[in-house]
Design a protein around this ligand. Sequence first.
Ligand SMILES: Nc1ncnc2c1ncn2[C@@H]1O[C@H](COP(=O)(O)OP(=O)(O)O)[C@@H](O)[C@H]1O
Ligand SMILES: [Mg+2]
Length: 375
Amino acid sequence: MNNPFIINTYKSRELFCDRENELQLMLRNSINHTDMTLISQRRMGKTGLILRLFDEIATVHPDIHTIYLDIFSSRNIDDFIKLLAEATMKSFKPKTTIGEKLMTFIKTMRPQLTFDNITGEPQLMIAYQSPHEKEYTLRGLLEFLDSQEVPIIIAIDEFQQIRDYPEKNMEALLRTYIQQTSNLTFIYCGSKKHLMADIFNNEKKPFYSSTSFVSLGKISAESYSSFIQRLFNEYDRDIDVEAIDFILDWTRRHTYYTQQLCHTIFADGEHHIGISEVKAACEQLMQQGEAIYLQYRQMLTVKQWSYLIAVAKEGTVSQITAAGFLSRHKLGSASTSQRLADALCDKGLLNDDISVKETTYSVNDVFFSHWLERL
Ligand SMILES: Nc1ncnc2c1ncn2[C@@H]1O[C@H](COP(=O)(O)OP(=O)(O)O)[C@@H](O)[C@H]1O
Ligand SMILES: [Mg+2]
């Protein structure tokens, strides 16, 4: 029996909770050729939402083509081109007109083309003579897509990765090529909020103000609650309302953690789920994480570790320089506190949630946060 609480990728709309507003907004932007930037904390559901959007488009606008690539693993412009070309090949099936034209075009890149034994997916190796040739290939690929005269949406996940490329002109190049297209709509997605904001919101940078922002917060308690109820019921399980409230509270409605906890409860196999079954699953998850949490401790200084515990004990901290917080946890001065918080955000262990009024800090990994609370 399949576990309906998915924890790795998008499966189907039945197993996907809500996001209706975001979906409609992104659908409208897609139809209107409005490029988008999708930013949120890690594991809130950006990738899932893009795949949900593409699923919707396949149903209601089958004329629009979609291409998804995740550039997290890319180290340079070569990798970027390779990932874009492979994603394009995956999107246009070989026996279609565009698919055939694409194969002809790909061959002009003189790649070594192989197919993965297991997935059957194309893998390209392209040898370049010069940096100029790479730029030419990248532009050629985008021009090829644009010249097909069909609307195409290209989602580039973990887009901030381009900031790590040795080619420092990557942003300017991409922006220039993209600006010259008219049938392509882009979705830039990323979890490193500060980098993403700098790429799209810094007037000195090429992508400044070129996209419409879509922000992704938490799913509402009402939606998540009925989603959880429905999925358990569909598998002949029943779950108490208090148990659901406990799940949403304990996981702070941070999508991945909510899904993971429900996944574990479901896997535990009880037919009636009350608070005690939920608590048992929470214990299980914290225990499973322990080896990694102890590795984090190795990575950090004693002060950073104590700081993490302090934030975890508070749950969320809106004023990290406030006297109360500093003295409660013996953290020293306000500037020390700010420095520690910045360093831990950089390492991805703390999350800073910036609103107009204040910046709220919390431990990024919800299960880790609960584990730290007890120290
Ligand atoms: N609306 C949703 N309903 C159910 N599960 C979701 C939803 N959004 C995301 N998920 C699941 O939560 C996890 C984290 O989501 P993901 O899209 O990978 O986050 P991000 O890309 O923001 O890091 C994934 O396992 C995904 O399947
Ligand atoms: Mg993602």
